[in-house]
Ligand binder design. Structure first.
Ligand SMILES: C[S@@+](CC[C@H](N)C(=O)[O-])C[C@H]1O[C@@H](n2cnc3c(N)ncnc32)[C@H](O)[C@@H]1O
Length: 198
């Protein structure tokens, strides 16, 4: 991910400094950034509050902390397909089983408020896709990442998983199948304190 970022920055001629660190303890100085942002990070950790606290710590007084996270509530396809619903529920349960929350998007505004930010705002959008678009088969990509957790927990056997996934792939590749992707929630707020000095 860092290497990808470096290549992109170079290609676009951007002067960006990259560091690699645990987001709960970045080692960056207190109150030092105008904007602190994380995207699709909090759903993948068991301690989102600690990461938000770290983001608030490094934001300047009056600086913005912004996060963007998903919520499976709208994740669907039309025409409907049983494999879509079964794999979506297996993903959400698989995340829950490992102490993570795929639906964390709906509570990010609260996480920011509880971390002491003020003027917290929120919005939510969902993308619609059709065959040939990258996100059309996104559910299959995520299901593949948690396949072992799903099978080990006994939600589906390996054969059931694979046969739902194969049937669903064919359905998603059909010309008239559309999907609604997970809702992406965005929330942002300001760190307390003033940048104005007397
Ligand atoms: C779904 S990816 C999102 C990447 C990128 N933010 C984006 O939106 O494309 C989640 C990333 O979070 C990273 N990650 C997970 N836990 C982390 C932690 N405690 N500290 C720093 N990074 C972490 C993973 O290595 C992975 O690169």
């Amino acid at each position: 991910m860092v290497e990808f970022g470096r290549e992109l920055a170079e290609k676009r001629g951007l002067a960006v400094e990259f560091i690699q660190a645990d987001a709960t303890a970045t080692g960056l100085p207190d109150r030092s950034f105008d904007l602190v942002h994380a995207r699709t990070l909090l759903l993948n950790v068991q301690n989102p509050q600690q990461i938000v606290a770290e983001m608030v710590r490094i934001a300047k007084p009056g600086g913005v902390v912004a996060v963007q996270e998903p919520d499976a509530a709208a994740w669907s396809c039309d025409p409907p397909h049983p494999g879509f619903d079964i794999l979506r529920e297996a993903i959400v349960s698989g995340y829950r089983r490992t102490g993570k929350d795929f639906n964390i998007g709906r509570r990010i505004a609260r996480l920011l408020r509880d971390a002491g930010l003020h003027d917290v705002r929120v919005r939510a959008t969902a993308r619609v896709t059709r065959s040939g678009e990258y996100y059309q088969t996104f559910l299959l990509a995520i299901a593949g990442l948690v396949r072992e957790v799903i099978v080990e927990a006994g939600d589906l056997t390996a054969d059931e998983f694979d046969s739902y996934a194969a049937a669903l792939r064919a359905h998603l590749e059909a010309p008239h199948t559309i999907t609604c992707q997970p809702i992406m929630w965005q929330a942002w707020g300001r760190a307390r304190g003033s940048t104005v000095t007397a």
